[in-house]
Design a protein. Structure first.
Length: 493
């Protein structure tokens, strides 16, 4: 029987523990990395919960949907710049820029006298938020030892689960008492706390060659794709939504094809080789992100089919994010490459089992027992995402073939996730529309349909595992002969 080192081609780094990550010298780093992503995630759900109160106060209901769209577009822009900004400013200064932009946007939102000003603040917030999320992944490789990468990834992505609960709770509480601006002030205080920790946790040094910025055409195509999907979510017609989704996918294909010709500025060069684990790992991340977006419709289904109160239905929608967090924390501590591969492959299958089961459970008038089982199935589906996520993301960080690709590969996890979230919302919307006018048919088709992405995700994980084994063999042979690819020079890039 082959050993774990045989599977990878060389001895793996010793797996760390949660005590190693959250205690001693790594604790401050962990808080900053997780805190930045936590600010972004909490802000997303906080704004959604207080937006009705804001519209009642300052008007501009015709711009309601654009509050999210503008934020997402800005986030995509800044997330593509992480690997370019880091070597120019250094990790510490990049964090200051990101937190400063996020705080400035939050101040503008808190003081906004009209919706147009609020949209401006949301754009500035999004620029800072996209950087914060990208840094949360990009700096795991450089600020933490390899044995803590999977735990660091679990902690960072687990902040989405925290934000799913904290955002609606804080935003809803302030909105309940007519103090929606106070929620923005609370967010500003949290950003200030993270900012104070940055000098204590993040080094100021700059390192490595400065990579060229991504082509404006590539970024423009990415933004066009996200904009098309966002517009599609506003449109009521399933046919128009499907057409816009297809156009967005075409735009993404053109963007990444152009990025490949430019040498890999947004996705690392290794992504464009099918023998590399990266395209399959990014594919798995995209599919898991798409599957998770069904959570936006769960409160609606809960109210219409189970008669849940809006607040209770909202927390039912958070079951997927809670499952993600609960599944991720123990999964990230798994050691041994064979065990990690099995866990990573099993996660997407749980997504399919959980969501398809939830879809089959829905009826026109769900009783309390069926509702509890329904929420439990959603929890299982979310856990499937969390179980696979840290291991797939860690393989992205260690799957590059060129030394200079590490930061780009890690930062691209966030870019892929943000774009896939937008696509997932559109896919879920198409499935709901195709379900027809009956809520039970909408819920059944949407949950079962989105659940099938888990099967595709498991296939991507399996292909990524096979490529990972080949990469390990290649690395060992290359190291023995001295032929392993070195860091590319600026001219080569």
């Amino acid at each position: 029987m082959s050993s774990d080192s045989d599977l990878h081609g060389k001895e793996p780094a010793a797996q760390g523990s949660w005590r190693d990550l959250l205690g001693g010298r790594h604790r401050r780093v962990a808080v900053v990395l997780a805190g930045g992503v936590g600010l972004y995630a909490t802000n997303v759900f906080l704004t959604t919960s207080l937006l009705p109160a804001a519209v009642d106060d300052i008007g501009g209901d015709r711009f309601y949907a654009w509050v999210t769209t503008v934020f997402l577009l800005a986030s995509v822009i800044s997330s593509t710049l992480v690997s370019w900004v880091l070597p120019r400013l250094g990790a510490r200064n990049t964090y200051f820029v990101a937190l400063g932009s996020f705080a400035l946007g939050t101040v503008v939102c808190a003081a906004a006298p009209a919706m147009e000003v609020l949209l401006t603040g949301r754009f500035v917030q999004g620029l800072g938020g996209g950087l914060l999320c990208g840094l949360g992944y990009a700096l795991i490789r450089s600020l933490l030892p390899e044995g803590l990468w999977s735990l660091g990834t679990a902690l960072v992505s687990g902040m989405w689960g925290v934000g799913t609960f904290l955002g609606p709770a804080v935003g809803g509480a302030f909105a309940q008492y007519g103090m929606w601006r106070g929620a923005m002030v609370a967010l500003l205080v949290a950003a200030a706390v993270v900012t104070m920790l940055v000098p204590l946790a993040v080094p100021a040094t700059r390192g490595g060659d400065v990579p060229p910025v991504a082509s404006p055409l590539t970024v423009g195509l990415l933004l066009s794709a996200v904009l098309l999907v966002s517009i599609g979510n506003i449109v009521g017609s399933a046919g128009v939504l499907a057409a816009l989704l297809l156009a967005a996918l075409l735009g993404l294909g053109l963007a990444f094809a152009h990025d490949k010709r430019r040498g890999g500025r947004i996705l690392p060069r290794s992504t464009f080789s099918l023998s590399s684990p990266l395209p399959w790992c990014y594919g798995a991340i995209a599919l898991l992100s798409i599957a998770s977006q069904i959570e936006a419709f769960i409160p609606l289904f809960g109210q219409r089919l189970a008669g849940l109160a809006p607040l209770v239905a909202g927390f039912a929608g958070a079951a997927i994010a809670l499952g993600w967090t609960l599944g991720e924390m123990p999964s990230a501590g798994v050691s041994g490459l064979r065990a990690k591969s099995r866990v990573a492959s099993a996660g997407p299958l749980l997504v399919t089992i959980g969501f398809v089961t939830a879809g089959l459970l829905v009826t026109e008038a769900m009783g309390s027992g069926v509702t509890v089982a329904w929420v439990a199935a959603l929890l299982v589906g979310g856990a499937g995402v969390g179980i696979a996520w840290p291991h797939v993301a860690t393989r992205v960080m260690g799957g590059v073939r060129f030394d200079d690709e590490g930061d780009t590969a890690a930062a691209a996890i966030n870019t892929v996730q943000l774009i896939s979230n937008a696509i997932g919302s559109a896919v879920a919307g198409v499935l709901v529309h195709l379900g027809g006018p009956a809520p039970v048919d909408q819920a059944r088709l949407a949950l079962c349909g989105i659940g099938l992405t888990g099967l595709l995700g498991a296939w991507c994980v399996w292909l990524g595992t096979s490529a990972w084994r080949r990469k390990g063999t290649f690395d060992s042979a290359a190291e023995a002969t001295g032929s392993r690819p070195k860091q590319a020079s600026p001219a080569e890039r």
